[in-house]
Design a protein around this ligand. Structure first.
Ligand code: GLU
Length: 449
């Protein structure tokens, strides 16, 4: 076991989506590859927005994706720790009380912006006298508390984005404690990362500025910021480079699972997209761990394309052995699928659920689609005797071609329509042996069979 410790820290305020899943995966793969500890941390301090159903959904979705963790931590159980940290920052003069209302802050912000200046808090509260404080408190105003940043250069070597650089004086002192005394994520996350001995913080790129601030916060709480390695994962974009924020709800793990994607296809796609690596599916998460290299994670914002995910899914199924897929088949109520059927059909499906339809076409009753009785009569007369293999179709249709002079669509389509009742489907050479001679003959004669 290495001494590295990583964490994935979702907030149970909604369903995990592909963006969260990508961050979770990169953390997990890094942890498992390096034999590190992996913690699931629930950022559930926002009592109004956090919901039990979303917490349960996080467990289910991670399980479906195949990501395990060594333990769970709940921020809601650690409020005392955050208070203690706040007190120590107050004592060292790094946390100061402010009384501005949201309206006042908004006014200040707009004024700065209209002057073409960055909306950095002006630190007016640092000039309040003890009388001012007493007056505000007397008026019943409750303070919120800001962290006093140092005017230093802040920089780090990001695992994914390389060197990142900030000037402390260009950042606004962040609020760490709200008026109702609740801690803001910026503080609680740092306290947890220190207490849990986290070594690698891999999270979304929306946290880059937080990282700059938190590096000072680690130091202010007596921990060497160098004990953390950071990686910021890029946001996913849509196919055309558009933001996914509006569609992200429909790209939840729950939804994709219900649409019948294989978790391993999704995982492979999320990790490999945007890289120069061949976007081919890994057949198992173990393989994905073997192949994983964080330096290959895309630095440019990767584009998520559902068609590519579809392709990944079918490629995965095309390569999967019956033994490997058996458990999944029973999960999907497809345990009646036999090994022979799988071997014949898995090269033709995009999702496991497609098997059901093919199975029905081959083994249940269907109504044939008959357009040209004469041709079909000739076809039934030339139908070879069993045993049938995947060669039978070619043999039969070549024979028919010679006898009738038909070719292409004219030759094949009436046969497909009669034998399957449909215009499209998997390759007939694979289906024919599964349908069998008895059914085939009846269907060619226009009978329900
Ligand atoms: N709850 C935060 C988020 O979901 C966690 C960020 C972090 O990993 O520090 O964005």
């Amino acid at each position: 076991m290495s001494t590295s410790i990583l964490r994935f820290a979702p907030s149970p305020t909604g369903l995990l989506h592909i963006g969260n899943a990508r961050t979770a995966l990169i953390n997990w793969l890094y942890a498992r590859k390096n034999k590190a500890t992996f913690i699931l941390r629930l950022d559930d301090t926002d009592l109004e927005r956090s919901e039990e159903q979303y917490e349960q959904a996080i467990y289910q979705d991670l399980k479906w994706l195949g990501l395990d963790y060594d333990r769970i931590e709940w921020q809601s159980k650690r409020l005392n720790e955050y208070q203690k940290a706040a007190e120590s920052l107050k004592a060292s003069g790094r946390l100061y009380a402010c009384y501005e209302t949201p309206e006042e802050l908004e006014f200040k912000r707009r004024r700065l912006l209209s002057q073409g200046r960055p909306p950095i808090y002006d630190r007016a509260a640092l000039n309040l006298t003890s009388e001012d404080h007493a007056r505000f408190l007397n008026e019943g105003r409750k303070p919120h508390w800001r962290f006093k940043l140092m005017p230093q250069v802040i920089s780090w070597e990001d695992l994914i984005r390389g060197k990142i650089h900030f000037e402390g004086e260009h950042l606004s002192d962040p609020i760490l404690i709200r008026e109702d005394n609740s801690p803001v994520y910026t503080l609680s996350s740092v306290v947890d990362d220190i207490d849990f001995g986290i070594t690698h913080i891999i999270r979304g790129e929306d946290h880059i500025t937080n990282t700059a601030i938190q590096l000072q916060l680690f130091a202010a709480l007596g921990t060497d910021p160098k004990s953390f390695t950071f990686g910021h994962v890029q946001y996913l974009l849509g196919e055309q480079g558009e933001s996914l924020s509006k569609r992200i709800g429909s790209l939840s793990l729950r939804q994709l699972r219900e649409e019948g994607y294989e978790a391993c296809a999704l995982a492979s796609y999320l990790v490999k997209l945007g890289t120069s690596e061949d976007i081919s599916p890994s057949l198992s998460l173990d393989n994905l761990i073997q192949e994983f290299d964080i330096s290959h994670v895309s630095r440019a914002a990767p584009r998520f394309n559902k068609n590519m995910l579809d392709r990944m899914n079918s490629r995965l199924l095309h390569h999967q052995s019956f033994k490997h897929v058996q458990a999944r088949l029973s999960e999907k109520n497809l345990s009646f699928i036999t090994e022979e059927f799988w071997n014949t059909c898995h090269g033709n499906i995009n999702k496991l659920s497609d098997l059901k339809h093919i199975w029905n076409v081959c083994t249940q009753e269907i109504t044939p689609k008959i357009e040209d009785t004469k041709y079909l009569e000739q076809a039934s007369n030339t139908l070879p005797l069993e045993p049938w293999t995947s060669e039978t179709w070619l043999k039969w249709t070549q024979d028919l071609k010679e006898k009738t002079g038909r070719k292409g669509r004219e030759l094949f389509m009436p046969l497909r329509q009669a034998l399957t009742g449909e215009d499209h489907g998997p390759e007939m050479k694979e289906l024919l042996p599964l349908i069998g001679r008895e059914k085939a003959l009846k269907r060619l004669q226009g009978k329900v069979a």
